[in-house]
Write a protein that binds this ligand. Structure first.
Ligand SMILES: Cc1cc2nc3c(=O)[nH]c(=O)nc-3n(C[C@H](O)[C@H](O)[C@H](O)COP(=O)(O)OP(=O)(O)OC[C@H]3O[C@@H](n4cnc5c(N)ncnc54)[C@H](O)[C@@H]3O)c2cc1C
Length: 325
């Protein structure tokens, strides 16, 4: 496996558990790619998630549902507020974990309920559609059709299904996670899937930072005989069957003229998506939210062993305060 981001590690874990001899080779000095956590250079007591910090799919993806992070000691806190968008008025548009409360507090909450209500009743069907391999029939056809129609409706300039500035802002915010042109079926698909998860499994934050998820996968890999190499970019083809968790263009650098012409042409035409950056703040006090509902909703549910949302149970938070928000 070349690259140790969460997708590469998931593939490596699956292969190692299937009895294959697996080696993971990572260019960076530490494992995890976009799911790494690093110590702040100025404030050593503070750790930052370099990219991903909030993990909607840590509960909802089929891989993690089976891997069961909670049973491996990873503490996942599901906040009462999944996400929110500031509005010019100073009031925020808020997507709570609770769909009913979300609809009650939006200006035209009924349109949010029409968009997401039927999907939140069948989250597994929604995830089966979006995360399925697209080569076989999705598991729940009626839900697939409902989700597909909503993707088309929300992915066009007509923005037909949502009424009210707040609901539209909320969907814009969740759709931008796809980092693509807007509106388009790509960001509307990401928005529909993530919003469905926000109101069902929730958007969990791992206590200790994203690295704890990476470390759990590394531990499982090693327990199944996997070998790890770090700090060296792969520049020539390793022996055996290789899976690349890299940009597709890495294949041109590594295999050069051995890449078939047609595929090489496609790789040369490959265009990277828009750039994105993230700013982390080290806080000297409480966040001065302009919308007081944001300040008054700090409660979390802690996830126990069963990874599926319908079996999630609340319990008291552990003694240690999570270092990530
Ligand atoms: C700013 C930002 C914030 C984000 N926030 C979130 C969030 O809150 N929640 C969320 O779910 N997602 C978030 N994401 C997305 C998430 O980080 C990615 O979806 C995820 O990291 C993709 O994983 P991956 O395994 O496909 O690739 P990556 O994580 O990119 O891993 C690829 C790995 O391959 C290695 N590599 C590349 N070339 C070579 C080579 N030649 N030899 C050896 N190794 C190589 C790289 O060093 C890297 O470690 C965010 C992304 C960004 C950029």
């Amino acid at each position: 496996m070349v690259g140790s981001g969460p997708n590469g590690l998931a593939a490596a874990v699956i292969c190692a558990r299937a009895g294959l001899a697996v080696q993971v080779l990572e260019a960076q000095p530490s494992f995890g790619g976009g799911a790494r956590t690093a110590v702040d250079p100025e404030y050593p007591g503070i750790r930052h998630d370099i990219c991903s910090a909030v993990h909607p799919l840590a509960l909802a993806s089929p891989f993690f549902a089976e891997f069961d992070l909670a049973a491996r000691g990873v503490q996942l806190a599901v906040p009462e507020v999944s996400y929110a968008n500031p509005l010019p008025s100073g009031r925020a548009a808020i997507a709570y974990h609770d769909l009913q409360r979300t609809c009650a507090e939006l200006e035209h909450g009924s349109s949010w309920r029409t968009l997401l209500g039927p999907l939140t009743a069948h989250p597994e069907g929604v995830l089966g559609f979006f995360l399925g391999d697209k080569r076989s029939l999705p598991p729940d056809l009626p839900t697939t059709i409902r989700a597909g129609l909503r993707v088309l409706a929300q992915g066009s300039p007509a923005w037909r299904m949502l009424a009210g500035e707040d609901a539209r802002a909320l969907f814009t915010g969740v759709g931008t996670h796809a980092i693509s042109r807007m509106p388009s079926p790509v960001n509307s698909g990401a928005g529909i899937m993530l919003a469905t998860v926000a109101h069902t499994a929730g958007w969990p934050v791992p206590a200790g930072g994203s690295q704890v998820i990476v470390d759990a996968m590394l531990a499982d890999l090693e327990a199944h005989g996997g070998q790890l190499g770090v700090g060296e970019p792969v520049t020539s083809a390793p022996a055996g069957v290789v899976i690349y968790d890299t940009a597709p263009t890495a294949l041109l650098d590594i295999y050069g003229p051995a890449v078939p012409d047609r595929y090489a042409k496609a790789l040369r035409r490959y265009r990277y998506g828009p750039g994105v950056c993230k700013v982390d703040f080290v806080l000297s006090g409480e966040i001065p939210w302009r919308d007081e509902r944001m300040a008054s909703s700090p409660r979390c549910t802690w996830v126990e062993h069963e990874p599926r949302w319908h079996a999630r149970r609340a319990r008291s938070p552990p003694a240690a305060t999570p270092s990530t928000r």
